[in-house]
Design a protein around this ligand. Structure first.
Ligand SMILES: Cc1cc2nc3c(=O)[nH]c(=O)nc-3n(C[C@H](O)[C@H](O)[C@H](O)COP(=O)(O)OP(=O)(O)OC[C@H]3O[C@@H](n4cnc5c(N)ncnc54)[C@H](O)[C@@H]3O)c2cc1C
Length: 416
């Protein structure tokens, strides 16, 4: 982005104060937060919005575990009300244990004085609620089928702008571009942001299962040196009364992933039941398996030259703690606050002061959470007897420290 050009904004298809690229969970939430702020806001995605979800009997294999902080933001934006009309499960307890020992830790919302520990929601239900809200905001311009291919700096009336060109040749200009286009962000790459990446050499296998015993709104996480395995409780809804469904995220080395993906479903179900120590009885049924490569990535800076990063475009994190979307929504809250304040102070949205404040608010917290995940991964990936003893001893000790458990839970719920 070296060359500068003069642009007559009348020659472009649209001009915005803020252009959000990516209408996924994070970009869509930001669009709702800024839609009525007084800025001219555009939301662009290569796919159309889906505000008309037909409620099916099946489950979305992608679910998110939303924290109390995420719920509070979605409540403020009046989106929560729509979400809770759909299927969702408030989970009240969580059990975490080490498959290679006796160490275990349990969290119970009642004991810790919280109404619940979080909410398990299918991604499509959350996205649908966000898109429903977006189409109601008249001031927000949605550009669907717009795939960003280049970004150049421009000047108009002595104002610095960014000109975005899409695959079909459409051009738009904006004072600030928000990259909310996910982990493989094109906008981040076009902006030449430096990143730090950790390849986990693990794949996540994701599916939905029906168990023979009820989950009682409890989430399960089992660690072993082959990788973490999580069972998140799902609301079976009216259509599937009597079924005990869970969403499974299983992180394993690629060879084992290939083996699991090649198994006939009855053998896969048996192996999965064994790996979760038959906590919920037998796995009676599993949906089609999906797999994703896992990597952790963090941008060294969150803004440069009229572009700012949010959500997975700024950081992708191992799914074991279910924090990806939660961190992204905390980015949204911080950025929306800074941009709204900038407007009151007559500052431009791309002002370095505004974006530095956003970066300061978020970069340390995101890095801290990624550091914790890295530590977990290393501790549980280590087979040495000392490491096994240490983690089992640690888990059992922490389990007896209610105050400390409360602090851990508050951190995971985004309350500190
Ligand atoms: C297996 C797995 C399990 C997970 N479980 C959890 C969990 O329990 N809890 C949790 O909080 N997180 C979880 N996550 C993480 C979570 O899914 C992500 O953090 C979240 O989806 C990121 O949202 P986003 O809006 O930043 O990006 P995305 O959801 O990737 O959205 C990006 C959007 O940008 C659009 N786009 C991309 N490129 C372009 C382009 N060039 N032009 C225009 N549009 C573009 C895409 O169409 C898409 O709509 C999990 C992740 C994985 C892999």
């Amino acid at each position: 982005m070296e060359s500068s050009c003069t642009v007559n904004t009348a020659n472009t298809d649209h001009s915005f104060d803020i252009l959000i690229v990516g209408a996924g969970l994070v970009g869509s939430t930001l669009a709702c937060a800024l839609g009525e702020s007084g800025y001219r806001v555009g939301l662009l995605d290569r796919s159309p919005l889906n505000s008309n979800l037909k409620f099916e009997n099946d489950f979305d294999s992608r679910v998110v575990a939303l924290s109390a902080a995420s719920k509070s933001l979605l409540q403020d934006l009046k989106i929560w009300q729509t979400i809770v009309q759909g299927r969702h499960c408030a989970y009240k307890s969580m059990r975490v244990w080490d498959a290679d020992g006796t160490g275990a830790i349990s969290f119970d919302s009642k004991e810790l004085d919280f109404p619940e520990l979080g909410f398990v929601i299918e991604s499509r239900i959350l996205l649908n609620a966000l898109h429903k809200k977006i189409v109601e905001i008249d001031a927000l311009k949605v550009l669907a089928h717009g795939e960003v291919v280049s970004i150049d700096p421009c000047e108009d009336n002595r104002q610095n702008l960014q000109r975005v060109t899409m695959k079909d040749g459409t051009m738009v200009t904006a004072k600030l571009i928000v990259a909310a286009d996910g982990g493989a962000s094109t906008v981040r790459n076009l902006g030449n942001f430096e990143t730090r990446e950790w390849n986990y050499n693990h794949k996540a296998i994701v599916t939905t299962v029906r168990m023979s015993e009820p989950h009682n709104a409890c989430a399960f996480q089992r660690f072993s040196d082959s990788g973490p395995l999580a069972f998140l409780p799902l609301d079976s809804g009216e259509e599937m009364q009597g079924g005990y469904f869970c969403s499974v995220v299983w992180s394993v080395v690629p060879d084992y992933a290939e083996h699991l993906l090649s198994l006939p479903s009855d053998l896969f179900n048996k192996e999965l039941g064994r790996q979760i120590s038959h906590e919920l009885g037998d796995v009676l049924w599993s949906d089609k398996l999906q797999s994703f490569p896992l990597r952790q990535m963090h941008a060294r800076s969150y803004f440069c030259d009229g572009i700012v990063l949010v959500g997975d475009a700024a950081h992708t994190i191992h799914p074991l703690a279910g924090q990806g979307v939660n961190l992204g929504l905390l980015d949204v809250k911080a950025l929306a606050e800074e941009l709204n304040e900038a407007r009151l102070k007559n500052r431009l949205p791309g002002d370095v002061i505004v974006l530095s404040r956003y970066q300061r608010a978020r970069i340390g917290h995101n890095l801290g959470m990624m550091g914790v995940m890295e530590g977990f991964k290393k501790l549980f990936g280590n087979r040495s007897p000392w490491a096994v003893w240490l983690r089992n001893f640690g888990l059992s000790r922490v389990d007896r420290l209610n105050l400390f458990k409360k602090l851990l839970a508050r951190g995971a719920m985004g309350l500190d």
